[in-house]
Write a protein that binds this ligand. Structure first.
Ligand SMILES: Nc1nc2c(c(=O)[nH]1)N[C@H]1C(S)=C(S)[C@@H](COP(=O)(O)OP(=O)(O)OC[C@H]3O[C@@H](n4cnc5c(=O)[nH]c(N)nc54)[C@H](O)[C@@H]3O)O[C@H]1N2
Ligand SMILES: Nc1nc2c(c(=O)[nH]1)N[C@H]1C(S)=C(S)[C@@H](COP(=O)(O)OP(=O)(O)OC[C@H]3O[C@@H](n4cnc5c(=O)[nH]c(N)nc54)[C@H](O)[C@@H]3O)O[C@H]1N2
Ligand code: SF4
Ligand SMILES: [Mo]
Length: 867
């Protein structure tokens, strides 16, 4: 038994985790000493121990689908890249990396691409996530500096969450806010989001803003502030104010779909608050004018003086565990390295430091353009590391076509099967969380260690190592001699301080000389960590003139336009218990209890208008594509907009992927796609039959069947439906395998059990609607096998008579279902605390508390409909 302090690999809160490994069994708990979480974990973090198994892992290098040695794989990669570079030049090669790589991996990838291959075509999934925020900070502050900390969130008078569902996406930070608000009766919370989310649970004001209209609200706020303060002291302050002049309260209210009173109340609260902090995430960034929205937010903090003081500031929350680390190394096509840009002095300096004559001189292709260039055949080789672009980029059909036609696709992955890796010619097995070793930086600029506590499985290797091997194969070995990630880190830290007399904000040169042991033991630390006493202040601008700048913002409508054919706007985002493309959370049964298939949230008015039924299925169609989802009628959903999760994809469902519908519209300044708004139509779909299939081995279904894969331990579980029955297909399968089929048929009901020498191999329970089957009973039948005739009979019917069902799971930490909670409420539990005492629900991570409250409240409650 051993314990290791490490960091959670999911969201940008960056919680400290203590992992314990006991004869192969991993368990985790929050690290009390970590300043991001002080011991708390959310449900995803708490389930980390369940994700360390090796099922579904990619464990060996592969070329053309065949296992090869590392020597062969890296030599082959080097030779193929070299051939393309020699024939078409370095611009024909690209890397597409991830905010989930460690800083050391990221640094190595950036160095190889920009420094030695000699093109800047290294972009990352952060383009889909943070790039508008980066542009906003750089334009205003002259550097990519996040000027806030989690303590500022706790110690503010007014906390504004805009385009952020922190209750689900940054749960531990949200819990810190909940606690701070409980302790400070004067604190006010405003949530700005077109939908009423779980985050609204603590809101004093919820502004259900029209999709994409946030810039109007903040530009109007600038105008209101300027009526009382002089803002012309900032560079371009007068211009920003001139742009804001037309935005009086009436115009803002009309543009944002709010009442004048709501707007006025918000403005008055902001102006009156001694301290105010604005947390913003994807509802702001993922927009074709996202950079301007970020600057509209930063402008009001500068103008009001609620900036660079405790409890104040524009705080962009990072999504991925190391989005910040990527920004620090400069791992975007539009940055050079360590907060340096494609400017003569910076170029010369980085070339000197890396000892290269091949340094890229101009920015490279940003994500959406990069995949378009692959599609046009201009980029002929792409190396994808730690991201799943066939799922997460907009217009995924075009992305898949581009990958299918690309002459060389290399994928570094931990998962064996992803939509992207299906296109790979070369696959590298990467070390996963718990095995890899390095650093990550969270939203508040805090660098923490991810430490290995598990042995490397199969032949998996750290991403930095794989990159260094390919660099060697390309002939650049001298610059990639590292033997350990500690050496990569020190080089990165040294570059941050190299010829940095206080011009560049990012400086961790104080860590450049850490010994291996000191690096191993590094405690969480916020940057800067300078090696000399330099001036480092948040109040200064990081441009040569040292000034802070306002950006004139002219609010724009969404690029997506609704009309008679596509009358609704589709919004997409996160659900509480899944992580992105589900490669690591989609197989954990506990994490699929909360929501187990793609849903679409619809307002009651739209549901009536489009004849959608709660729990029924619907087809959603845009100009780009189509998906199928289960209807959830949600009173907190704005009329005219729909919401679907971003997570499902071809590995987990047929037609479950939202990016099949999203158009590739991007912000001209940041290149970030407008992922939050797509013009769509919706129509109910009543399939002729629905059912559950549970089997020992994977079943391949005909193309006309709609299916959703459910997470189960060891078994395969598909929920299925369609217009054409598949009874004969399954009987044919039984015959082919020599399984004995036992059938129960009554009208449209059709149940099948397939046996092989008394062992249950497959079961299907189907009917005109989805039969309610007892999954626990069925699972047990696969492990023990029913003993008596009565048991077999119960199994064929799908449930044991009289056994109470759990209902939908609300508390994933303790597996507490809706029915038990309702029973407890009926039995006298009147508060969340009382429910917690009786059932334990809500007492661990707390992220189901908003739902518990909803179930307790007698008023017409929106959370009952919450998925
Ligand atoms: N459970 C879970 N947590 C995660 C992740 C995950 O996959 N799962 N991913 C992590 C990552 S990488 C990221 S980037 C973060 C994202 O964290 P968030 O940005 O908080 O999450 P989202 O659900 O994408 O979007 C947030 C909200 O934006 C709202 N929104 C949409 N359009 C608009 C608009 O025009 N204006 C406003 N004001 N709001 C709008 C949506 O309704 C949604 O509630 O989450 C991180 N945390
Ligand atoms: N419509 C819509 N689209 C969106 C969004 C949205 O809100 N709406 N959100 C966007 C945002 S904010 C983001 S961040 C992206 C996320 O989208 P992606 O980055 O595509 O999603 P992930 O599933 O996190 O992909 C990470 C991949 O890396 C693998 N992996 C995990 N650890 C390692 C490792 O250590 N090394 C290597 N080599 N591989 C590893 C995982 O198995 C997984 O396949 O999606 C974006 N797309
Ligand atoms: S809030 Fe949850 S997912 Fe995010 S870092 Fe903490 S434990 Fe991990
Ligand atoms: Mo993200």
């Amino acid at each position: 038994m051993s314990e290791t302090r490490t960091t959670c690999p999911y969201c940008g809160v960056g919680c400290g985790v203590i992992a314990r490994e006991d004869e192969g069994k991993v368990s985790v708990r929050g690290d009390d000493a970590h300043p991001a979480n002080f011991g708390r974990l959310c449900v995803k973090g708490a389930a980390l121990g369940e994700t360390t198994g090796l099922t579904g892992r990619l464990l060996y290098p592969e070329v053309a689908g065949a296992r090869v040695s590392w020597e062969v794989a890296t030599a082959e990669t080097g030779a193929r890249l070299r051939a393309i570079i020699d024939e078409y030049g370095p611009q024909a090669v690209a890397f597409y990396a991830s905010g989930q790589l460690l800083t050391e991996d990221y640094y190595a990838a950036n160095k190889l691409m920009k420094g030695f291959i000699g093109a800047a075509n290294i972009d990352t999934n952060s383009r889909l996530c943070m790039s508008s925020a980066v542009t906003g900070y750089k334009r205003a502050l002259g550097g990519d500096v996040v000027p806030c900390s989690y303590e500022d969130v706790e110690n503010s008078d007014l906390v504004i969450l805009v385009g952020s569902n922190a209750a689900w996406a940054h749960p531990v930070l949200y819990q810190r806010l909940v606690k701070a608000k409980q302790a400070n009766a004067k604190m006010r919370v405003v949530v700005i989001d077109p939908r009423r989310t779980a985050t609204c649970d603590i809101a004093d004001q919820h502004l259900a803003i029209a999709p994409g209209s946030d810039a109007g609200l903040f530009v109007g706020l600038l105008r209101a502030i300027a009526q009382q303060r002089d803002v012309a002291t900032f560079t371009d302050g007068a211009a920003a104010l001139a742009a804001a002049q037309p935005w009086n309260i009436a115009r803002v209210a009309a543009f944002c779909g709010l009442t004048e009173q709501e707007v006025a109340e918000f403005y008055a609260a902001f102006i009156a608050a001694p301290r105010a902090i604005t947390l913003y995430t994807m509802g702001i960034n993922q927009s074709a004018s996202g950079s301007d929205k970020c600057n509209a937010i930063i402008n009001v903090h500068l103008a009001s003086g609620k900036f660079a003081r405790p409890g104040c500031g524009p705080f962009s929350l990072t999504g991925q565990p190391n989005a910040m680390g990527g920004r620090e190394v400069g791992g975007l096509a539009t940055m050079l390295a360590a907060h340096m840009n494609f400017e003569p002095d910076d170029l010369a300096r980085v070339a000197r430091f890396w000892g290269t004559e091949r340094l890229a001189q101009t920015p490279g292709l940003m994500a959406v353009d990069l995949f378009a260039a692959i599609g046009r055949g201009e980029v002929k080789a792409v190396w994808i590391m730690g991201t799943n672009p066939a799922v997460s980029l907009p217009d995924s059909h075009a992305v898949s076509q581009a990958l299918a036609a690309c002459p060389l696709v290399i994928v570094s992955e931990v998962a064996e099967d992803t939509e992207t890796s299906r296109f790979a010619h070369i696959r590298f097995p990467a070390l996963s969380w718990g095995e890899k070793n390095g650093t990550v930086t969270n939203s508040e600029r805090r660098i923490s260690r991810q430490r290995a506590f598990l042995p490397a499985p199969g032949e998996a290797k750290g991403d930095w190592w794989i990159i260094a091997q390919v660099a060697k194969a390309l002939g650049y070995g001298d610059a990639f001699r590292w033997q350990h990630p500690h050496e990569v880190f020190c080089e990165h830290a040294a570059l941050s301080g190299f010829e940095n007399q206080g011009q560049r904000a990012f400086d961790i040169s104080g860590l450049a000389n850490l010994s291996r042991q000191a690096w191993d033991n590094l405690m969480p630390v916020r940057w800067p960590v300078c090696s000399t006493d330099k001036e480092w202040e948040l109040t200064r601008g990081w441009r040569a003139d040292g000034q802070l700048r306002m950006v004139p913002v002219r609010p724009q409508s969404t690029r997506a336009r609704t009309g008679p054919l596509y009358p609704l706007l589709l919004n997409s985002g996160r659900i509480r218990d899944q992580w992105h493309t589900m490669t690591r959370t989609g197989t954990v049964a506990r994490l699929m209890q909360h929501i187990d298939q793609p849903i679409v949230e619809v307002s009651p008015g739209d549901a009536a208008h489009f004849q959608l039924r709660e729990g029924g299925l619907a087809r959603i169609t845009s100009l780009n594509g189509m998906m199928v989802a289960k209807v959830v009628i949600h009173a907190g959903q704005r009329q005219g907009s729909l919401f679907v999760p971003m997570h499902w994809n071809a590995c987990f469902a047929r037609l479950g992927k939202v990016n099949a519908l999203v158009a590739a519209q991007t912000d001209p300044d940041s290149g970030q796609p407008e992922s939050k708004q797509v013009a769509v139509r919706i129509a109910p779909w009543q399939p002729a039959w629905q059912g559950e299939i549970i089997s020992r081995e994977a079943v391949i279904l005909p193309r006309h069947v709609q299916w959703w894969r459910k997470a189960t331990d060891r078994l395969h579980h598909l929920t299925v439906c369609g217009d054409k029955r598949i009874n004969d297909d399954l009987l044919a399968l039984c015959q082919q395998r020599g399984w004995q089929a036992q059938i129960a048929q009554a009208g449209a009901l059709w149940h099948l059990l397939a046996w092989e020498e008394g062992r249950l191999m497959l079961g299907m329970w189907s009917g005109p609607t989805l039969p309610a089957v007892d999954l626990a009973l069925i699972r047990a039948a696969f492990s023990d096998g029913p003993q008596t005739a009565a048991e077999r009979h119960a199994l064929l019917s799908g449930h044991e008579n009289g056994r109470p069902a759990q209902g939908r799971i609300v508390c994933s930490c303790f597996g507490v279902g809706e029915m038990r909670i309702q029973e407890a409420i009926a039995g006298g539990c009147r508060s969340v605390e009382a429910l917690g005492l009786k059932l334990k629900c809500g007492t661990n991570c707390g992220s189901c508390v908003p739902e518990l409250k909803g179930m307790l409240s007698p008023a017409p409650d929106f959370s009952r409909n919450l998925p």
